[in-house]
Design a protein around this ligand. Structure first.
Ligand SMILES: *Cc1c(COP(=O)(O)O)cnc(C)c1O
Length: 459
């Protein structure tokens, strides 16, 4: 009986308020939302609930519409102190990389077009020109990400043949990327040599044979080999490989072009060093220490690159125009010798401790609680595991720190912070300097909401 008292979709559509919904969200979506609200009401009525008014149904439809249309990929403020936070999108781009993306996105571009001749061009030529200039490599190729670059290199150069790698380098990088699995996927046969802790040049010598396609070195990425350990250097590997006329391929991971050791960190292996040591092919990510967009970059010998370019996987893994525009602009900073100043990632790495302290202390003063304390930031992104940079952070002692973190995540521009020793910590190193005032306003609002909640007042 009572189900019949529910208004029909047509009746709801004629409500004055529905018109505002159709204007904001379109007719199709609004109809879906009304039907969904009615279905919910039918279920509730069957379960013994009273019949809702048309007004209540419209409110429910409006909630549906708001939920369905709110984007889930949204910007956040990274106050974690992890510079290359993979879950938060790794490297923020430079101002000119952003401009370059916008310019090619809003109209047409010379993506695969050679202006002087008016003929078809190649899409990766743009960034490759700069990559060879900056690294001194003979050739370069850009694909969608470094995992793709590794898969492409193994497939195109080693399918059905053997790849020799040290046991200590059979790593899982994260996000399910495991070197042995990628090897299997490529159709190359994995020949692991040495032991978990020690591998010697002779181990490679012994494994080399007619079926060897390459010797592979993989960066340990997120773990560190310590204690009684050894691995051949890249130069040693290259020497052995050259004698057998096979290439040494180096999965460098983060691919630094500047020296991290200049900033109180350990030395992250650099692209130029791998090439100088004799690697025939070096692969790295565009959005780790390079400080650019997500990309997989390969540099090295032209003869190998020519085989990679022709492989069907290269087409499947190709980078889009937005990526290539941002990458070219990012590389230009290196070519001009201004990478340290222009790239947010390197600005964060190089941020002076005194500046971080001033910011953290200002945050404490403006918020009127908590204090600036000494803490540690990390580089992240699989580079420099266990290495930290000294920083100053705002520490807030609050009754339920996890609840405060959740409140910060609900801010209109969500703030991602961390809890250490029962305190909420906000590290200015990864907060873009022009976000300071916004962060303070959102933080004050979140803390006021926390105070008002029954979980208790902050100390
Ligand atoms: C990060 C990393 C990868 C994967 O690179 P993506 O660009 O994330 O696909 C591969 N190898 C190593 C050693 C890495 O550190």
């Amino acid at each position: 009986m009572s189900l019949r008292q529910l208004p029909s979709v047509d009746v709801l559509l004629q409500q004055p308020h529905t018109r505002r919904l159709t204007e904001a969200y379109g007719r199709e979506l609004t109809l879906d939302a009304l039907r969904s609200a009615l279905q919910g009401a039918r279920d509730a009525v069957r379960a013994g609930q009273p019949v809702p008014s048309a007004e209540v149904l419209l409110e429910s439809a409006q909630r549906n519409l708001a939920e369905w249309t709110s984007p889930s990929l949204v910007p956040v403020i990274n106050a974690t102190g992890v510079i290359l936070h993979t879950n938060l999108g790794r490297a923020p781009l430079s101002a000119s990389a952003l401009r370059a993306m916008q310019q090619v996105a809003q109209g047409y571009a010379t993506l695969e077009y050679d202006l002087p001749s008016g003929q078809r061009g190649t899409r990766t030529a743009h960034a490759e020109r700069l990559l060879t200039r900056i690294t001194g490599a003979e050739a370069a190729l850009v694909v969608n990400n470094n995992a793709g670059a590794v898969l492409l290199a193994l497939t195109a150069l080693a399918k059905g043949r053997e790849v020799i790698i040290a046991r200590s380098q059979l790593v899982e990088v994260g996000g399910g990327f495991r070197i042995p699995d990628v090897m299997r996927q490529s159709g190359a046969r994995l020949v692991e040599v040495g032991t978990s802790n020690r591998t010697h040049p002779a181990d490679f010598e012994e494994a080399l044979g007619a079926r060897t396609a390459m010797m592979l070195r993989a960066h340990h990425s997120n773990f560190r080999l310590v204690g009684f350990t050894s691995e051949p250097t890249l130069a040693e590997m290259a020497g052995i490989a050259a004698a057998h006329q096979v290439p040494v391929v180096d999965d460098l991971g983060s691919g630094a072009l500047l020296d991290t050791a200049a900033f109180g960190l350990g030395h992250e292996p650099m692209v130029q060093e791998s090439l100088a040591a004799g690697a025939a092919l070096v692969m790295f990510s565009g959005d780790k220490l390079l400080g650019g967009p997500q990309a997989g970059i390969l540099v090295g010998h032209e003869a190998l690159m020519a085989r990679l370019r022709k492989h069907p996987l290269a087409r499947a893994l190709r980078a889009d125009k937005l990526c290539l525009a941002a990458l070219e602009a990012t590389l230009l900073h290196y070519a001009r010798g201004e990478a340290l100043q222009a790239l947010p990632v390197w600005q964060m790495i190089a941020a002076p401790l005194s500046t971080l302290r001033v910011r953290a202390e200002r945050w404490a003063t403006e918020i009127g609680r908590g204090q600036a304390i000494e803490s540690r930031s990390t580089v992240g992104g699989g580079s420099l595991p266990e290495e930290t940079l000294p920083t100053w952070a705002l520490a807030l002692s609050l009754p339920k720190p996890q609840t405060v973190l959740a409140r910060l995540r609900q801010a209109s521009l969500p703030i991602i912070a961390r809890v250490e020793e029962e305190r909420v910590l906000l590290d200015p190193r990864t907060v873009l300097p022009d976000q300071d005032d916004l962060l303070l306003r959102l933080l004050a609002e979140a803390l006021a909401a926390s105070d008002a909640s029954p979980t208790g007042k902050a100390s």
